[in-house]
Structures are given as C-alpha cells and as structure tokens.
Design a protein around this ligand. Sequence first.
Ligand SMILES: Nc1ncnc2c1ncn2[C@@H]1O[C@H](COP(=O)(O)OP(=O)(O)O)[C@@H](O)[C@H]1O
Ligand SMILES: Cc1ncc(COP(=O)(O)O)c(N)n1
Ligand SMILES: [Mg+2]
Length: 553
Amino acid sequence: MFTFPNFLIDYPQICTTFSSKQTGRQGFDQFGALTLKAIMPEEKSLTITNDSNNKKTPHVLTVAGSDSGAGAGIQADLKACAARGVYCSTVITAVTAQNTLGVQDVSILSEESVAAQLKSVLSDMRVDVVKTGMLPSITMVKILLDSLKQYPVQALVVDPVMVSTSGDVLAGPSILDTFRKDLLPMADIVTPNLKETSALLGGIQLETISDMRSAAKSLHDMGPRNVLVKGGDLPSSSDAVDIFFNGKDFYELRSSRIQTRNTHGTGCTLASCIAAELAKGSSMLSAVKVAKRYVESVLEYSKSINIGNGAQGPFDHGLKLKRSVCNSSRMQVFEPSDLFLYAVTDSKMNKKWGRSITDAVKAAIEGGATIVQLREKEGETGEFLESAKACVEICRLHNIPLLINDRVDIALACDADGVHVGQSDMPVATVRALVGPDKIIGVSCKTPEQALKAWGDGADYIGSGGVFPTNTKANNRTIGLDGLRDVCLASKIPVVAIGGINLGNAKEVMELGVVNLEGVAVVSAVFDRECVAEETRKLHDLLKESVVEKVMV
Ligand SMILES: Nc1ncnc2c1ncn2[C@@H]1O[C@H](COP(=O)(O)OP(=O)(O)O)[C@@H](O)[C@H]1O
Ligand SMILES: Cc1ncc(COP(=O)(O)O)c(N)n1
Ligand SMILES: [Mg+2]
C-alpha cells in the first residue's frame, strides 16, 4: 500500500508558500517550492510570498484513450489543460475511432507500451497530478498503480470512464472489481457520470438528486477521498446538478443546463480541469467549482460550433472569446462568507477626508473588511486603473477579494477578482462572457424576480437594498427589511444587504437571520469617518455578535 502525499488536500485552509524544507514532508521534495492557496478561518491576513526562482510549472499527466474526433479523451485533456494554463503530458491506453455519431473502433495498446510511457514521463518530468480516463484492462490499472507507487504524485483524479456520452462501452464490466478494490481507494477524487455510478454500485437506479447523494456516500465508502457524481444526464433536472461529497459535507453544484448538441467530452474536460486546478494549488472544492463553471462556460460559448453530422458534437475548449481566463493570479474561489463585511469605497468621501483609494482600502482591511469594492464614479480612467492595480496588490496580500463597480474594462485591466453591476449597467451574461468563469460577479437587486434572473445569468452574489435610506445614492428606492427578506428567500445565491447600514442598525439586519443573507455592505459607515479602521473594527465586532441561526421563512 502507498499513500499519495496529499498536502494540498489535507490543508486547504492554509495559504502561504511552503518550501519542502519548511514542511519537512516526505515525498514533497520533488515539487520544489509550491505556492499553496490559503485562508485562515478567522483572520485572512497571511502574506503570500513567491519564490519565483524555484517556481514550478504545474503539470498534469493524463492516462487515457485517444479520440480521433478530438472531442473527448486525450485530446480533450490536452485542450482543457492548455486552456487552464497547465502543462499536460499523455499516456495513451487505447486508440479509438470516434466521431459525432459514436465509437466505430477501439484498439487497446500493449501493456508494455503503457508501462513504458508511464516510466518515461513520471521518471523525468515532475508530474503534480495524474488524471485517468479510459483504462481498458485490469493489468493496465495495476501497471498504473505500480508506477505511482514508484513515482508518487500530489493527487490522483479518477474519471472512471466506462461508457461514452454516445452510449458506447469503453471499458467492460470485468474492470469493475479492479476499479472498486484497487483504483478507487487510491483516488483523491472520483468523477463518475450517472451510468458509471450505477455500474460501480451494482446497477442501482439513479433518478433523483437524493439518489445521487446516497450514491456519492456509497462510493465514498469504497475509499476515494472525494466523490463527484455528475448529473449531466439526470433526466428529471432542468439544471445540470453534480453532487460533491468529501466524506463529511455534501455540496450540490448546480448550473443552468446549456441547450446544445456539443457536449461530447464534458466528462473528460471536467476531470482534466479539476486536475489542472489542483496542480496550480487549489483545494479540492475550489478545483471542482472552477472546473464545473469552466465546462458550463465552454458549452455556452460553443453552442454555435457545427462539426459532424451526428447527435453529439465537440466544443471549443479555448472559448470563442480568447481571453486570459487562466492567467489570473487570484488563487481562491469566492465563498459566501466573504460577504460578511463588504467595504465599498466612494470617491467623494475619500476626497472629503483627503484619503487616497489605497489608504482607504488598507484601513478597511485592517479593521476587518472581508471583501472590498472600488466604486469610483468620477475621476480619470488612467488614474483609477493605477489605484485599482495597487488595491489588487494590497487585497491579494491579505487574501481579500477585490471587485470593481460597473467598470468591466478596469476589472480586466487590473485583474481584479470580479465586477459588481447594477440593473442598468452591462447585463450579467455579457459581463460573464467578457470576464470568464473565474471572476466573481455581483448584481444589485431589489426584487425576487431580479434575484432569480441574476442567478440564471451567472451571477455569484446579490447586493440587495437600499435597506435603509441613504445619501450615497440619489433617487434610490428603499426596500426595507421586508424587501431584503423577500429577495433572500427567493435567491439561489448569497445576498449582502446594502443601503444606509451602520453601527446603529446592522444588528437588526443580521438578526433577520434569513437564508442566503451573508453580511452587510457599507459605504458611509466606514469611509465617511475620520478613522476607517476603527469604524470597520467596531462594525465587525457588532456583526460577529449578531450572527444568528438562519431560517427559511
Ligand atoms: N447541457 C449541459 N449544460 C451544462 N452543464 C452540463 C451539460 N451537460 C453536462 N454538463 C456538466 O458537464 C459535466 C460532465 O457531466 P456528464 O455529462 O454527466 O459526464 P460524462 O461526460 O462523463 O457523461 C458535469 O459537470 C455536468 O453537470
Ligand atoms: C477515448 C475516450 N475517452 C473518454 C470518453 C468519454 O467521453 P465523454 O466525456 O463525452 O463521456 C470518450 N468518448 N472517448
Ligand atoms: Mg457527457
């Protein structure tokens, strides 16, 4: 038996740079200095240093079958990793003749060839994560596991490919026992589709999300550290729902179902993207979330691709809009709890108190702000961009997300973590098309209808208000605590309350205790004050005292 040095997965909460010397962990040396993403549960205030001399290129090795149509298999893996900015090497287990009609032929490579390919790559190329797809024989699984024993890697992502989306069999039932007994216990994550889940669990029926949850639990009992049951083919659901289970918590990962014929290779792409994110240093949950969003984005962008005459076409991993979706230095996926204390800057207030934007942001973070938005309605673009870049640097040092109000161009240019838009700004779907799957998008909503639309369009959170009257925004209709409650109850994404919130009324807002309400956003209460850090700290303390159990009604 062997164990994978699973440092990232065991410690997703710690973010700083560890060198192998500092960790002293066996098996970690081969990775050199790794930048690990990190959040400390209470204070998110760790410094991220970068040992650029020793920076290693993230590297995924895919062990899978070739697809001549290039929508799935090795070809999908190469394209997905390239799109995500990660190097990908390949061990080919079989050569399939495939097109958009189905699988016409399968030639399985010799076991000697597979063993030789594994040795060539693993002995020389410092692989971070191995991802498996089509493993057509029991001996090949054993060869792979033996190779990994000799050359341990950071994580193993197992896509237990058995049946293609077209319904063709790629690995027969005789492999099932080896998958269950030998491969799954070694996996950091296993990502079966519904048919594969059913086969692994002896042919059980999977018709509902609740069935998927029970199945994820049963698969977890077979030994993998994490399970993702993919629901791309769940007939009863109008959304594309996947169930993630880490042995403790279940996560229902839901996206809208894209109406397209171009879904060939979604499973391979998802698993490769998970592997790529892990290789970059993500925690498992973050990797899975980003991968799901990436698949959703490429399906959306590739709707118009027209290749082949069959029922299932491939998609464009590079996205139609060539953007630098993978170059962001942000390491962390948005968490609802980030909305706890949301500091929104205001150019007029900064001017009034003679503060630079950067000083305002530094002080808010010092006082405990958990997310920052630059809302600069006046001033020159060039100047704003320079301040925004400086704020991105400050926020990244503290692991605090930084969003830009309204200005998608500024957000892209300074590589901010996201954008916040109002109802009359650029539509959310267009913002998503421009900023890509990784960025956070927030939308201001006053009604349940707007909240549902925001979710459908791909927003990550809602800012709901004005809860109380405010001077910050002219002619802004106040929705009150009742309006806020209605939005929270209707919403499918986290909500932050905004509008006239201060030390005198923040408790009332939090004590609504309504589902989806994650925190408060403030402008004047912290920035129209002499000491921003102190006011922010007082508000932070008050919010902490006010946290109550959330209710559905
Ligand atoms: N039409 C779709 N719209 C959005 N997401 C989809 C769609 N079809 C599949 N997905 C997503 O693609 C990923 C692969 O799922 P699935 O198609 O079930 O696996 P496989 O390709 O292995 O059969 C999952 O995250 C699933 O939710
Ligand atoms: C060589 C190979 N490997 C895997 C798949 C699965 O494809 P999908 O991701 O569409 O289920 C495939 N069709 N061909
Ligand atoms: Mg599929």
